[in-house]
Design a protein around this ligand. Sequence first.
Ligand code: ADP
Ligand code: MG
Length: 324
Amino acid sequence: MRTIEELGEFRLIDRVTRHLPTAPFVVEGVGDDCGVVRIGNRLLLVTSDMFMEDVHFRPANMAFEDIGWKATAAAMSDIAAMGGAPLFCILSVAYPTKMAVNEVEKMYAGVMNVLSRYGAVLLGGDTTSSRSGLAIDVAAVGQAVGNHYLRRKGARSGDLLAVTGTLGRAAAGFHALENGRSAPELELAHTRPRPRIPEGQWLATQGNVRAMIDVSDGLVSDAGHLAEASGLGVNIETQRLPVDEELTAYCDAAKVDATRMMLGGGEDYELAFAVNPPQSERLIEDFDHEFRTGITIVGSFSNAWSGVRVDGEEVDYRGFEHFA
Ligand code: ADP
Ligand code: MG
């Protein structure tokens, strides 16, 4: 009998969602960062993210406020990935029965902190006990501003692959926590990620940005999703990856490969997108002016191959998968 471990996360999702019935209000079904539905004349973006003890976090590494923060930030980031504005969340929690009440309150403080930053509210949830650690699921609904949103699909051959900010900081922070090294700023990138909500909305209104995703699994994996959804291949050029001085210094000291962290490290919650080349320089300037944050061109899309190449070499872009 085949196990889900052998099948892998993404093939498992494909298998169970291949023949889903649809409905007239469904605009985008399974396959993007959010599902999209039309209610009246509004487009709503719907997503959920589950966060499990010993899978997504170890209590030893994360304060309870961080756990609430990060689970909520991950759900917000899927709304950012399509350029939406968060509206509300439903929070479901499975608690180990010996968890202290004040720890639960701290976790909620983390949730509420993120929601209030992005103008969203908590609308309800579900509470149950757990026999195998803390689990928290954040279901979130946002709206497409001016009914504009970006999908993973839509990149064209010749488009450039661009990313906001820098990559690998969260992975380095996790490495520091796991290995008892001190790197407070990198640790914050891991424990308190900032979803790119206003940036995503801005990018979605630029006509020359054609497809977008948030970097939650790592650049190789998430650029692979953009390419696959668009029916293209993508090549990432490692010498173009944005250099983060702190990350480089950490990796030198810890003797780990910074490039691997930038390519494979997830949970930075930056945005990766496809941009039409002639307008890319202007976009980078305008974005920097608006947000004081860099955008870096790190590769390009092509119809000459499928899958992901790094410096021209084929790689398995499935990256980090559950069960793998
Ligand atoms: P993300 O990393 O952006 O949260 P995922 O990789 O978790 O996205 O999911 C990829 C796609 O598969 C999404 O469209 C998501 O809604 C869908 N999906 C994931 N898990 C399930 C499931 N258990 N049942 C149905 N659809 C799912
Ligand atoms: Mg996502």
